[in-house]
Every structure is written in C-alpha cells, then in structure tokens.
Design a protein around this ligand. Structure first.
Ligand code: GDP
Ligand code: MG
Length: 307
C-alpha cells in the first residue's frame, strides 16, 4: 500500500543500491533485515532468488530502493543465463553497488570474475564481508587487503547479517550515498513486487525447504488467481509447475501429505506479510518445457535470452 503523507520531508534523498555477490553470500537475508520484513526468499540452497526484487527502505529523509539480484554464477541453462544477466543489468540503474562476500567461505574464482566484470563496466563498490559470526577476525585482514588491491573498492564493512553486527553502520553509509531527489515510492511501501508474485515466491521457498536436492531448481510457482473476500481474507490459487512427470508425485507426497504441508507453511508466511487470513490452494502440473517458454521469464521480470 502506498500512502503519500503531507509530512514528507522537504529535502529528501532517494536512490538505488544493487546488492550483488556469489550465490549464498547472504544477499536476500541482508535485504530482509534492512527492510525489516521478509520480502526476499532465503534458503541454504544456492540460487534461490530468481527475480530482481526491489525492497524499499524509507528512513528519516532518505529512501533507498534495494535491488536483490540472483547470484552471479557460471550460467549454462537458459534460466540461469537470464538470472545472471538480470544481476549485471541491475548495476546500470544503481547509485551505489554493494558487493556481499561470504567471508567464511573459501574464496573461489567467482569473486575474481565479479571484479573483472565490475572493472570492465567501470564500477566502484562498497564491500561487506558477511558471516563474521562464523570466523575469527584474523581471517578477515588478508581478505580486506586483497580487496584493496583491486583498486575499485571504496569501503569495506565487516558484518553478520545473522546477528546484526555492523549492519547499521553499513546502512548509514548507504544512506549517505543517495543523491538529493524526491522519493520514488510512498513512505510505507516495502516492495515493488506485486503481492501475487510475492505470495508465489513464498510458496517456492517452501519447495526449497521441504523437497530434496535438485527438484526445486526445476520447479516454479505461478500465481493463478487472487480474490479478496468480504470477511477480509484472501483466496489465493497457485500452480506448482515441475519439469518432470516423476516430480509430481514427489511434490504431492503420500496421500497428498507433502503438498499439504507446503501449502500450510506457505499460507502462514503469506498471512504474516498480508496481515490477514488467507486460503491457499495449490495445484501441481507437469510442464517439461517451462524453462523454454518466454512467458515465465516475463513473469519474473527476466529477459528471455536466446541460447
Ligand atoms: P543469497 O543467495 O546471497 O541471497 O543468500 P541467502 O540470503 O539466501 O543466504 C544463504 C544462507 O546464508 C542462508 O542459510 C542464511 O541463513 C545464511 N546467512 C546469511 N547471513 C549470514 C550470517 O551473517 N551468518 C551466518 N552464519 N549465516 C548467514
Ligand atoms: Mg538470494
């Protein structure tokens, strides 16, 4: 809901921050913490985020639109390429770029590739070394030195998104980077993602949480309909699309138990974000070719790239 209050401050700042990084660095978790509400799905499995999600933070006179990108990774499949493309494109609209690095993970060549691409695009970044709750401080110094050597890192923050350490300093810094500008969104607006897609994303998150291994990567959730009832509740219908016939019984589970549990967990999350009751109906369909259909890409705001 947007609401333009008369009390909007006169001298405002507004801009966009792109959050980039390798899969699993903690980008979505950071976005949710900054916004103070869950708007991007998180899972321990890599590459959960498919869409460019704009989370909006309005504090004092400053408004920041955060762009949560799919991780940057080696892309072979069409869907993967579209996701990586979306991540890079998001930099072009950004007033500041935040590169999030999992400081507790072994740094592989992905980080080097990200820096090469940033240099090629003439971009400077702020870096946040995340997950410092998992490591000893002496591990951070060599990493920080390497970052300085790249010549394109303006600031380095050491944070733990999990327990909140350093996140406020990072936020203050990003706020200062925003140019003078009228706000782009109402001051109560948290995301530019339509509720229907957000609700479908919440269901998709449960696929990652409740199903094994590769299945969720080959599946997607499509919003079908949304009806707001007079009693204040919403009736939401979604379709889970799987890529293989044998995935359907896996999603359904014995006697439909699995899909029931997915639906229950998703409904509770959806009710939390809506602030009222919801009824969620899920159907499971097989479409072996869904990843080759342009309409799925448009729905997620991704570009359909030719192979
Ligand atoms: P993304 O792929 O970059 O969006 O990463 P996610 O936000 O989905 O997070 C990946 C995993 O890292 C999740 O299991 C998070 O709970 C975990 N995580 C994120 N931040 C931290 C942190 O500061 N400390 C620890 N220990 N785990 C974190
Ligand atoms: Mg993510």
């Amino acid at each position: 809901m947007t609401k333009n209050k008369l009390s909007t401050p006169k001298d405002t700042q507004a801009g966009f921050v792109a959050i980039i990084g390798a899969p699993n660095a903690g980008k979505s978790t950071l976005l949710n913490r900054l916004i103070g509400q869950k708007i991007s799905i998180v899972s321990p499995k890599a590459q959960t985020t498919r869409m460019r999600i704009l989370g909006i933070l309005t504090e004092d006179a400053t408004q920041i639109g955060f762009i949560d990108t799919p991780g940057i990774f080696e892309a072979k499949r069409r869907l993967d390429r579209a996701m990586v493309q979306a991540a890079w494109n998001s930099l072009e609209d950004a007033d500041a770029i935040l590169l999030l690095i999992d400081a507790s993970a072994k740094q592989d060549k992905k980080i080097g590739e990200i820096f090469a691409e940033l240099t090629k695009r003439n971009k400077r970044v702020a870096v946040a070394l995340n997950k410092i709750d998992k490591i000893t401080p002496d591990k951070l110094l060599p990493l920080a030195e390497k970052l300085n050597e790249t010549g394109i890192v303006d600031d380095i923050f050491m944070i733990s998104v999990l327990n909140g350490d350093g996140v406020d300093d990072l936020k203050k810094h990003l706020k200062k980077k925003m140019p003078d500008s009228p706000w782009f969104f109402g001051e109560d607006q948290l995301s530019d993602l339509p509720s229907q897609l957000l609700a479908a994303e919440i269901t998709r998150e449960q696929l990652y949480r409740q199903l094994q291994q590769e299945l969720p990567y080959g599946a997607t959730v499509v919003p079908e309909s949304w009806e707001n009832k007079k009693d204040g509740s919403a009736v939401i219908r979604q379709t889970i699309v799987v890529a293989r016939p044998n995935h359907r019984p896996m999603v359904l589970g014995k006697g439909g138990e699995r899909v029931k549990s997915i639906s229950q967990a998703a409904r509770q999350e959806i009710e939390k974000f809506l602030g009222h009751k919801a009824h969620l109906f899920l159907e499971v369909k097989v479409d072996e070719k869904w990843q080759d259909r342009p309409e799925f890409y448009r729905m997620f705001g991704l570009e359909f790239v030719s192979l």
